[in-house]
Design a protein around this ligand. Structure first.
Ligand code: 6R9
Length: 645
């Protein structure tokens, strides 16, 4: 049995920014007097001119979220220039390449300043102006972060696309924000595999003709086609520009970036984050949640293509003048000791990773951990999905040798930063619980009918008031923003997650309550996978649900009806897998495909996913009410042939 509660370790509390009584005091202030609380927190940044109002937010239609109104600042200035006087020679980024034999790169704040200024000047020469959108599709190399910061420096809005997305997904994301500029590399590596990034961009651009310029970093030395007049080599352009570039004075509410994320319906939404509130929030959460101190070496294993990479590899750590490690590789290459070897090699003290990575390593056996020292570690973090108590205990006992608190951080692309998490010196941990709300965060549990659950109980998780890092809108679709997050439970932000609160007021996230599945910590809308499947001419209809998966958390289970005349076979199954990989990317690869001559539908023709979910979860005795089905026999057929027995 696992211990219930892992109390705060006194040796951690002693040196922590926040201890138990400080947490209580600050939390209370943050709720009672948010304006004063957040005004004080904003002073962690340097502003060209102060805001004239801290907060103007409304969760009922018309929904409007604004923080630090009228304030002026620049994110790149705050992440770089501000540190030059005292920390110019401090390392901002350590880059650990995929191949452990290849050379490490260390980039000081002074060097980062030059690199970002040069890239900002290249962007200007390419014609990028304040407010323009720039698509970034890069391997995990330092240039990816230079690109983000260079955009921020000149007031361009970046849209980073994860390297695992296929040309069609890239094309959709380029078209949605009509981005005219792309920054990419010839290719990248992941666990010795080569990913042809430039080739994917070329294919994507054919489908969306708005792209005018593509800047290409020569990295893997693969052969790529360069289109004259459109494509530019970074190493050539960088020779032509100055290493000084004045940062643009941005309004607190000017957009900083958009990031596409899957929803339960339709195409991915462009989640928009702005400048002032976002930076205050990621800087503050990075400091307090990880109990970050000046001499820490901090490593977040996420990819910059996801929000975790944005907030906790780049913006939060740099705003705090930290040394942030960028890792190009994968946890198991060349061996399952890689993470722990990198920790020893660079003396990492704060390590932030995901349950799926931990589970895949746990399975390999403790010897791969125990043959490393890990003495430098002080705080461990987890994000992306609920962490099962077994993986938690392994992380704590084996990886952390029982010394390090674990911060299980719950948040979302939409929230910009961490909202529910232990603070190492203040909140005791329970394995599997994200524990307590961060400052200013007011979680509530509601019944499906919208009634508030008091005390211990289960419900959907909503938030009662805004925090500075909250998304501001779905780009170009404010009504989708309002409908998705503010219409089911008026007056609240709806998270899409289910949650339990225990007797101690601890929060336990139970998973999505919408048609979004969380595969290895990546959110994928079932609707997207379904439309990828029906893009294959052999498919008449498809329904996709999640099912429990040992390593990935959730796996993708597809029920597929073929068109009349098409015969099911393993070949067709393989072909459908390829279709999905081509339409969306490898992250959406179905794990199981079951042939479904017919799908269970209501009399009005709606697919009954609730029933399919139970079949996929191998709980055929819990199908619930099937009386509204138009053809009740369909279900037994599917149960008998399920793939997951
Ligand atoms: C940061 C990030 C958000 C969804 C979220 C929830 C799940 C994330 C979690 C967690 C339980 C945690 N999630 N962290 N569930 N415990 N510590 O992952 O953003 O990709 O937008 O996913 O991930 O379901 O709603 P994003």
């Amino acid at each position: 049995m696992h211990k219930d509660l892992y109390p705060v370790k006194p040796e951690i509390a002693k040196n922590a920014w926040i201890d138990e009584s400080k947490y209580k005091e600050m939390y209370e202030q943050s709720i009672k007097n948010p304006e004063e609380f957040w005004a004080k927190q904003a002073e962690r940044l340097e502003w060209y001119s102060k805001w004239n109002k801290v907060k103007e937010t409304q969760f009922t239609k018309p929904v409007s979220i604004k923080w630090y109104l009228g304030g002026k600042l620049n994110v790149s200035y705050n992440c770089i220039d501000r540190h030059l006087k005292e920390r110019g020679d401090k390392v901002a980024f350590i880059w650990e390449p995929d191949n452990p034999e290849a050379a490490v790169r260390k980039i000081t704040y002074k060097e980062l300043h030059k690199e970002v200024c040069k890239l900002a000047n290249i962007l200007k020469d390419m014609g990028v102006k304040k407010g323009d959108f720039v698509t970034i599709y890069m391997p995990m190399i330092p240039e990816a972060t230079f690109a983000m910061l260079a955009c921020a420096r000149i007031g361009a809005v970046h849209s980073v696309i994860f390297g695992g997305f296929a040309p069609d997904s890239i094309a959709d994301r380029i078209a949605d924000c009509e981005s005219k500029f792309v920054i990419t590399a010839d290719a990248g590596y992941r666990g010795s595999k080569v990913i042809q990034l430039k080739e994917n961009i070329d294919k994507a651009i054919v489908k969306s003709d708005n792209v005018k310029k593509v800047l290409v970093v020569k990295y893997a030395n693969t052969k790529v086609e360069m289109k004259a007049g459109r494509d530019l080599w970074y190493h050539e352009e960088v020779q032509k520009v100055s290493d000084q570039c004045e940062p643009e004075k941005m309004d607190a509410e000017d957009p900083l970036f958009i990031l596409y994320t899957s929803g339960s319906t339709g195409k991915p939404k462009g989640v928009m984050h702005t400048t002032g509130g976002y930076l205050v929030f990621v800087s503050m959460t990075h400091q307090y949640v990880f109990d970050y101190h000046d001499n820490d070496i901090y490593w977040c294993t996420a990819d910059v293509g996801w929000v975790t990479g944005h907030s906790y590899i780049v913006y939060g750590p740099l705003a705090n003048g930290a040394t942030s490690l960028i890792f190009e590789g994968v946890p198991t290459y060349p061996t399952p000791s890689r993470f722990w070897e990198v920790i020893d090699k660079h003396q990492v003290s704060i390590f932030y990773s995901s349950p799926t990575a931990l589970r895949s390593l746990m399975r390999e056996g403790d010897q791969f951990v125990k043959n490393t020292s890990r003495k430098s570690l002080r705080v461990l973090g987890s994000v992306g999905e609920p962490i099962n108590p077994e993986a938690w205990a392994w992380y704590h006992d084996v990886v952390g040798d029982g010394r390090c608190p674990i911060v299980d951080t719950w948040w979302q692309t939409e929230t910009g930063g961490i909202l529910i998490s232990p603070l190492p010196g203040a909140i005791g941990q329970k394995p599997g619980s994200a524990t307590k709300p961060f400052f200013g965060v007011q979680p509530k549990l509601l019944t499906l009918e919208g009634k508030e659950v008091q005390g211990a109980g289960d419900g959907v998780l909503v938030l009662a008031d805004s925090w500075p890092g909250q998304m501001r809108t779905v780009y170009r679709n404010h009504s989708r923003f309002e409908d998705t997050y503010f219409s089911n439970y008026p007056g609240y932000y709806f998270t899409g997650d289910g949650c339990r609160r225990d007797e101690d007021g601890y929060y336990w996230i139970t998973g999505r309550v919408d048609d979004v599945i969380n595969v290895s910590g990546h959110r994928i809308g079932t609707a997207e996978i379904e439309s990828a499947l029906v893009a294959n001419h052999k498919v008449a209809e498809a329904a996709v649900v999640g099912y429990p998966h040992d390593i990935k958390g959730q796996g993708i289970y597809a029920f597929v009806t073929l068109k009349a005349g098409e015969l099911p076979s393993d070949e067709v199954r393989k072909e459908l897998v390829q279709t999905v990989r081509k339409e969306i990317g490898p992250i959406a690869t179905p794990d199981l495909i079951q042939w479904a001559p017919r799908l269970p539908k209501t009399r009005s023709g709606k697919i009954m996913r609730r029933i399919l979910r139970k079949i996929a979860e191998n709980q055929p005795d819990q199908l619930g009410d099937t009386t509204t089905l138009s053809e009740p026999g369909v279900v037994q057929e599917l149960v008998d042939n399920r793939m997951n027995k």
